[in-house]
Each structure stands twice: as structure tokens, then as C-alpha cells.
Design a protein around this ligand. Structure first.
Ligand SMILES: N[C@@H](CCC(=O)N[C@@H](CS)C(=O)NCC(=O)O)C(=O)O
Length: 216
């Protein structure tokens, strides 16, 4: 889509040396899956406060990462609303039934809740808190998402049609442990991850991901 083609997407430098950590990835999955060109620009942590201040002074109300600037210079912030906005313009990746559109919104909240919890734990140095997160919290989230995947016949969240929710779920699984699935416990994740990773439209995406890991 012309408006977003050639956009610049800004995110943090590799977090914990992991190129896919954080909230930038679902946007990359969306752009790659729909074959829209973009540039991914990473800020170092110490560069960000000044950039944020500048964005605020320029009048932007969502100065967090990721944000996007189109070729025409238009700023867009906050990842999930932006993904949804682009999908609406593309008329793609949004479930057709309004009830499902609501569910996609609700599942986005689940994604955001987990990402916020991860960020909170990442900043917390208490090993007990970390342990609780890695076992109890993550397990509960995984079980819930696995149940969600079971609500339709799959392989995607809303059945046989991919939606932006699938990019969010894939990112959660990839973020959690590199999408290494315990196939006995989570057979639906196994099928889901395989189908996402084998999408021809995402071939370049996963090649790039591999390259980014190999360059560490
Ligand atoms: N709801 C926002 C949250 C964005 C967010 O909190 N981003 C973090 C990085 S994952 C960030 O920018 N932290 C630095 C800051 O808040 O200034 C979104 O999904 O885009």
C-alpha cells in the first residue's frame, strides 16, 4: 500500500542481544507478509530519551517505541492500534465478522498485557519475581492462548484465514523461547508455528531473522 510503503519503523537496539525481543516484531511480520518495503531503525538505549523529548516537542502524543514514519513524514505510534490501522487500510488481516473483530481486539489486549508484564519483569532484579514469571505467569498465558487456538479448527486463531492476531501470537511464542514448542503439551502451537514459518510470504522475514541472530 503506497501510503506505508517505504516507511521507517523505529525500535530499540537488540534487547539482551536478541533481535526479536520487544514490541517491534509484529509490525515487521505484517510488513513482510504483505510485501511492503520498510526500513528498520534501532535506537541505542541512551539515544532514546532525547529522541522521545524531541517527539514530544514536535507534538506527538505516543512517543514510545516502536513508532513509524511514512515516506511523506507522517508519524504513527503504538504498535497494535497502528497494526490494526494499516490492516484496515489494506483490507486484510482483520476478521470479517464484527464479533471476531471484537475478539481480535480483546486478544490484542492479552498480547499487550503479556508484553507489559515481560517488560516489568525485565526491569525487576528479584529472582523470585522472575521465577514466578517464568513458570506460573508464562504457563498461564500459554495455556490460555493454546485454548484460544482450539476455539476454531485452526491453523490460525480465526480458522483458516490469517489475521493480525496471528502475528501477535507468533511474536509471543517467539519472544517466550524462540518458538520452541513442547509438542505434547501444546500441539496446536506446533501446527501454528509451522504454518507461520512456512508461509512463502514470510520466507524473507525468517531469513533475515536468522541473519540477525547469526550476526550477534
Ligand atoms: N502500548 C505501546 C507500548 C510501547 C512501549 O511501552 N514501548 C517500550 C519499548 S517495548 C518503550 O518505548 N519504552 C521506553 C519509553 O516508554 O520511553 C505499544 O504497544 O506500542
Amino acid at each position: 500500500m503506497l501510503e506505508f510503503e517505504g516507511s521507517k519503523i523505529y525500535y530499540f537496539q537488540k534487547i539482551d542481544d536478541n533481535p526479536i525481543y520487544g514490541r517491534g516484531e509484529p509490525l515487521r511480520l505484517l510488513f513482510d507478509d504483505t510485501d511492503m518495503d520498510f526500513e528498520y531503525i534501532r535506537y541505542k538505549y541512551d539515544e532514546w530519551p532525547a529522541v522521545k523529548q524531541k517527539l514530544i516537542l514536535e507534538g506527538h502524543r505516543m512517543p514510545t517505541l516502536p513508532f513509524l514514519i511514512t515516506k511523506e513524514g507522517k508519524f504513527y505510534g503504538t504498535s497494535v492500534p497502528l497494526i490494526r490501522f494499516i490492516c484496515k487500510k489494506l483490507n486484510k488481516y482483520i476478521p470479517k465478522l464484527t464479533e471476531d473483530e471484537y475478539l481480535a481486539d480483546a486478544y490484542s489486549d492479552l498480547y499487550n498485557d503479556w508484553m507489559s508484564k515481560w517488560a516489568e519483569i525485565w526491569l525487576n532484579s528479584d529472582p523470585k519475581v522472575k521465577e514466578h514469571y517464568e513458570t506460573t505467569y508464562c504457563d498461564t498465558q500459554l495455556d490460555n492462548w493454546h485454548n484460544i487456538l482450539g476455539d476454531r479448527d485452526g491453523p490460525y486463531v480465526f480458522g483458516d484465514k490469517i489475521s493480525y492476531t496471528d502475528f501477535l501470537l507468533y511474536q509471543l511464542l517467539n519472544h517466550y523461547n524462540g518458538a520452541q514448542i513442547d509438542t505434547n503439551k501444546y500441539p496446536r502451537f506446533d501446527k501454528f508455528v509451522k504454518i507461520i514459518q512456512s508461509r512463502p510470504s514470510l520466507k524473507k522475514h525468517f531469513e533475515n531473522e536468522k541473519k540477525e541472530f547469526s550476526e550477534l
